[in-house]
Design a protein around this ligand. Structure first.
Ligand code: ZN
Length: 601
């Protein structure tokens, strides 16, 4: 018996071998090769499944955000042991991934392969090179996930409170591990950590006890929860006090770590976070050139519109100053504060109709976007955002959250409405909803890839939304009204300047004053907006370049395919095909679209 088994095994391997050597000489060997390809793809699907499941074990917080709740009660301690576990996981999976022949994977799997590889390399690089755990105290905060658990009714309130109890038992150990992990922090990240952890205390002192008292738990359980919440508050308070004294020390000794990460780390982070064909430096140069082009365009519009609005006033010699004056003047055309949400709601069908009538992209009118007032617990950040269903709940609604201006003073509301004036509001809706983020999501859900919904490429997602703003206007949305184009260019300058700022601050040492000058004088931003952006640019690195990188790469890809196909270029087909790969990095999509083009021509 044993002998026969060995013999048949050898026979099988011989067949497999010969089919590899001459794959297309007869139909039989082609069938074997197709079967092999299928087997490789099946094996890759299994690999992906295990990769994701093990990833959730390593990062239960991320799992909760993705809608997987099995491990919701586990608070992972941010210590050396955890970092070692992450490192081992990434190394082990990279070896396994390297065993797959990417040429044999189908398109969906091939792009997932690149995304997983990028994710694993990022884990190692963040751990070994960037080492945020040593200098960014704001990454330590237990309240975000606990807040999400309390706000998401995936189980009864009582069950979720008991989940939170399990997490709270580890809160003191969590902050001890944080303090041990930190080495020399930067000043802005320390200030942020103090502010955010004070906010975390508010959750344990305010919202949590309130929910405990409203629940139907026994009085014994309630007492245990309230005691645990108090211990958590004390642990956070200790961390905040420790950071406050650290901050004084950093400021007096002048030995704080620089928040600028410098050229070498920046280039590496750009390559991993953005996944571009360009280096960070090349992207920066491209943004500088694009700013010049857009200034040329916006000045042409100013020349044209000036007599219409300022018939009796001479135009300032400085054309950018004239542009700023013109923008300020026409921004008074805006909606009433109590009609902000309803006017956005009214505009979505108009955008859908334009896309539909001009056949720009396939639209799924069966699954409408729901415009709603931003839920209370989500307020405080962006005024408008898209809430997409998580990868484990793809059938749920997609919401366009718009925050009403209820809590604004008259002055704040006026300034906000001037910013999101009649024209800019339309561009915002294109970006967030149709055919921007929402439309991209609908397409992305048609080729479901768990990998892409969990680790989707930010530059592709933001780049698409920014690309659609220009595409819609170029296709005649708004009838080429100069005012709409003027506002579009102002909005687009923000994207361009974000990329310039990020690189200039992190790599070239740009000062706060230089940054403010750039934003206010060359991108027409308000002081308050520019000050907020400066702060953001000291706290994050690379992310601010994602909008411009993705946008310019998508636009360049379209133009390249257009020049190759000439008369046969079809914009609708380009859009549908581009969106059919899910949220993969643009260079990966580009590769697949070009190889498809070669096959068909
Ligand atoms: Zn966006």
């Amino acid at each position: 018996m044993k002998k026969t088994l060995v013999a048949s095994a050898i026979l099988f391997s011989l067949v497999a071998c010969s089919s590899q050597q001459a794959p297309s000489q007869n139909t039989e060997s082609t069938a074997v090769s197709a079967a092999q390809t299928q087997a490789v793809n099946q094996a890759f699907n299994d690999f992906k499944h295990h990769f994701i499941e093990e990833y959730w074990v390593l990062s239960p917080d991320h799992a909760v955000y993705a809608g997987r709740y099995e491990l919701d009660g586990i608070l992972v301690l941010p210590d050396m042991q955890q970092r070692e576990a992450e490192k081992r996981f990434a190394e082990k999976k990279l070896i396994k991934l390297g065993r797959f022949d990417i040429e044999q994977l189908n398109e969906n799997n091939a792009s997932d392969y690149h995304i997983i590889k990028n994710e694993l390399e990022s884990i190692l690089w963040y751990n070994k090179s960037l080492k945020r755990h040593e200098w960014d105290p704001s990454i330590y905060n237990v309240a975000n996930t606990i807040g999400l658990i309390l706000n998401t009714p995936y189980k009864s309130l009582e069950e979720r409170l008991l989940v939170v109890l399990r997490r709270m038992e580890k809160v003191p150990a969590y902050y001890q591990a944080a303090a041990i992990s930190l080495n020399t922090p930067t000043i802005p990240h320390t200030e942020l950590a103090i502010q955010q952890n004070k906010g975390a205390m508010a959750l344990f002192k305010g919202k949590l006890p309130k929910l405990v008292n409203e629940s139907s738990l026994s009085s014994r359980e309630k007492n245990v929860l309230l005691e645990s919440a108090e211990k958590s508050t004390l642990a956070i308070n200790d961390y905040v006090t420790w950071l406050e004294s650290k901050l004084v020390e950093l400021k007096t000794n002048g030995n704080a770590k620089d928040f600028r990460i410098g050229e070498a780390l920046y280039e590496e982070k750009f390559a991993l976070d953005i996944f571009s064909d360009l280096t960070a430096e090349q992207l920066y140069n491209k943004a500088v050139a694009e700013k010049k082009r857009v200034h040329g365009e916006i000045i042409k519009i100013t020349d044209k519109l000036w007599p219409k609005y300022f018939a009796d006033t001479a135009m300032p010699a400085d054309k950018l100053k004239a542009t700023k004056q013109l923008i300020d003047h026409i921004s008074v055309k805006n909606v009433k504060r109590d009609e902000f949400v309803s006017s956005i709601r009214a505009q979505i069908p108009e955008l859908e109709a334009f896309v539909y009538e001009n056949n720009l992209i396939e639209m799924d009118l069966e699954k409408p976007l729901v415009v709603r007032e931003t839920p209370e617990y989500m307020r405080g950040y962006a005024g408008a955002s898209i809430s997409a269903p998580g990868p484990y709940d793809a059938k749920a609604n997609t919401y366009y959250n718009v925050t009403p201006l209820d809590n604004f003073t008259d002055e704040q509301a006026e300034s906000y409405l001037r910013e999101y004036n009649h024209w800019l509001l339309q561009i915002l809706n294109i970006h967030e909803a149709v055919p921007g983020h929402y439309t991209q999501l609908v397409h992305s859900n048609k080729s479901p890839s768990l990998i892409k919904s969990i680790f989707g490429n930010g530059a592709m997602v933001e780049g698409w939304a920014v690309y659609t703003e220009r595409m819609m206007l170029e296709q005649g949305y708004g009838d080429f009204e100069p005012e709409l184009w003027l506002m579009y260019y102002k909005w687009n300058l923000r994207v361009i300047v974000n990329a310039i700022l990020d690189y200039s601050i992190q790599v070239k040492g740009m000062s706060e004053q230089q940054a403010m000058d750039l934003m206010v004088n060359e991108a027409f931003q308000e002081q308050a907006e520019a000050a907020g952006k400066w702060r953001r640019a000291t706290l994050s690195q690379v992310q601010l370049t994602s909008y411009f990188t993705g946008y310019s790469e998508i636009y360049a890809l379209r133009e390249a395919l257009k020049s190759r196909t000439g008369q046969n270029f079809n914009l609708t087909n380009f859009h549908n095909q581009f969106l059919s790969y899910g949220s993969a990095p643009v260079p990966i999509i580009k590769k697949m679209m070009f190889s498809d083009y070669v096959k068909n021509h």
